[in-house]
Design a protein around this ligand. Sequence first.
Ligand code: HEC
Length: 161
Amino acid sequence: MRIATIAFGLLLGAGLVGAVASAAPPELQPLPDRRPTPLPLEPPAPKSPAARLSPAARAALRTRMASHADNFTALLDASVRVDYARVADAAERIEKQKSPAGDDPAELKVALPRFAELQEDLRVRARALATAARERQPDRLAKAVSELSGTCVRCHALYRE
Ligand code: HEC
């Protein structure tokens, strides 16, 4: 009972202090903004020479690359499992890949001068890999996988900076 009375008195007192405080607000200076400047989540993407292509040609290039990526992933997986038939199939899909619709060789040549040469290199290496797999030659297969991936890397190093 007594405690309740004291508590009530305290609450009332706090309310009064609050009321007085709000009646005469002190002069408040705005606090300086100390929030750190947010860092960019990613560095700005460097401009690829592929950006010089028309939207249609670039979309066609990306379709081709998406297909390379699928086949390459499949052949890597099949290689480590020494599944010769699947390696050969995926390598042959890379070898035989047709130019996608919208792919304009003249335009590619202007924007990416060494594209055709490296694309041909890819085709030859994919053939070598498929042959090693069809002939069930593990050492040649291992070397051919790394040589094929070397061509992906070289072309990207040229054109993805
Ligand atoms: C002859 C050149 C060349 C070869 C060979 C090549 N690429 Fe590409 N690749 C490119 C270019 C150019 C781009 C950038 C396309 C863009 O920025 O629009 C690219 C982009 C890609 C991308 C990213 C696509 C995207 O939407 O950002 C993947 C994945 C890719 N390539 C996979 C491969 C794989 C796997 C191989 C090898 C089996 C390969 N590429 C071989 C030229 C090549």
